[in-house]
Ligand binder design. Structure first.
Ligand SMILES: C[S@@+](CC[C@H](N)C(=O)[O-])C[C@H]1O[C@@H](n2cnc3c(N)ncnc32)[C@H](O)[C@@H]1O
Length: 320
């Protein structure tokens, strides 16, 4: 397993993405990479683009179907409808059998259990019924990720500012009601005042603003997909979303309606970023945030309404 280090980044990002940067203390260690037929660091750097803020660029030629890197999320949470059937941490489908060796409570494995134990125990003790009901009634998924991060911070498993490096949404909806529900659920746990200092309404708004722009809806595909045809078929057959997750490095990929990179989840929340075609050294790597089969106006509406930007990719500029 290899790690992204400041060696592969442009000077302005060396400091920002340095492992010594407290913002990345938790998350940088969760970014790993493995490549097919290539040994070495991930062939990418984060740099400034001409019109879309930061972006990810190829540091060498990348071949079609190459696994560029993998990534572990900073935060993950199952959909409320899947909460009892997928792993609390990695969102893998739980096997309901008598085999207690592989399923520890709401985990798929002892490994996931150990990794999330501290904040799982804390989250389990609180009464989330009002908060979940509120999210369910309004169809909200992002507050669940904020709730999970709050529990991680209290349990010492993440720093309160661990996703502050990500771009925030400009507009966020009213949060007073959900914030006060979260606070009262957590206050029922008898946490010391000192440990709750971070949990202000401003913190809630700041985290939610980043989650809104950067969370991925996790759709699993089963099996192993090594070629492009199988990959495309896998995407079409993907099960409905099992949850949502926030990553650091994948969040620096900009959108393109004709992308050169694809993000997939085979059987867990661990993401794989694969090249959809040959990519030249220096070329920007882009993924598609939406359904690329929509027409020009529908794509623009969704990107403007959901992500707050007017897409400037070559396909949109040619009005396709
Ligand atoms: C997930 S972030 C991608 C990384 C971001 N550029 C940054 O600096 O952190 C999504 C944001 O990037 C910008 N962006 C992504 N794709 C774009 C595109 N095709 N055209 C214009 N802006 C884009 C928008 O501001 C969007 O809200």
């Amino acid at each position: 397993m290899l790690f992204v280090t400041s060696r592969y980044l442009s000077p302005q990002f060396k400091k920002l993405l340095s492992p010594s940067n407290p913002l990345l203390k938790f998350s940088i260690s969760t970014i790993s990479t493995t490549t097919t037929n290539h040994v070495g660091p991930p062939p990418i750097r984060v740099d400034i683009t001409e019109s879309a803020g930061r972006g990810v660029f190829a540091t060498r030629r990348i071949e079609a179907a190459e696994l560029i890197h993998t990534a572990k999320p900073v935060i993950s949470h199952p959909s409320l409808s899947k909460i009892d059937c997928v792993c609390y941490l990695c969102l893998k489908k739980l096997k309901f059998s008598n085999d207690s060796q592989t399923r520890v409570d709401r985990f798929c494995s002892e490994e996931c259990h150990q990794e999330a134990k501290a904040y799982y125990e804390l989250e389990k003790k609180a009464d989330w019924s009002d908060y979940h009901k509120y999210c369910r009634n309004l169809g909200l998924k992002y507050p669940l990720l904020v709730k999970r991060l709050a529990c991680m911070v209290i349990a010492g498993a993440a720093s309160a500012d661990c996703i502050h490096i990500l771009q925030p949404a400009h507009i966020i909806p009213k949060i007073e009601v959900e914030y006060s529900m979260l606070r009262s659920a957590i206050e029922g746990l008898n946490i010391t005042k000192e440990n709750l200092n971070f949990l202000s309404e401003q913190w809630y708004a700041d985290v939610l603003a980043r989650v809104r722009i950067n969370a991925f809806r996790i759709e699993m595909v089963a099996g192993s997909y090594d070629d492009l045809h199988a990959l495309a078929a896998a995407s079409v057959e993907a099960e409905a979303g099992v949850g949502n997750a926030v990553y650091i490095l994948p969040s620096f990929y900009n959108h393109d309606c004709d992308p050169n990179v694809h993000i997939i989840w085979i059987d867990s929340v661990h993401a794989r970023l694969k090249a959809l075609r040959d990519i030249e050294e220096g070329e920007e790597l882009r993924i598609c945030y939406i359904d690329a089969s929509l027409d020009h106006n529908a794509r623009q509406d969704i990107l403007q309404g959901g992500f707050g930007f007017k897409c400037s990719c070559p396909r949109c500029l040619s009005s396709d």
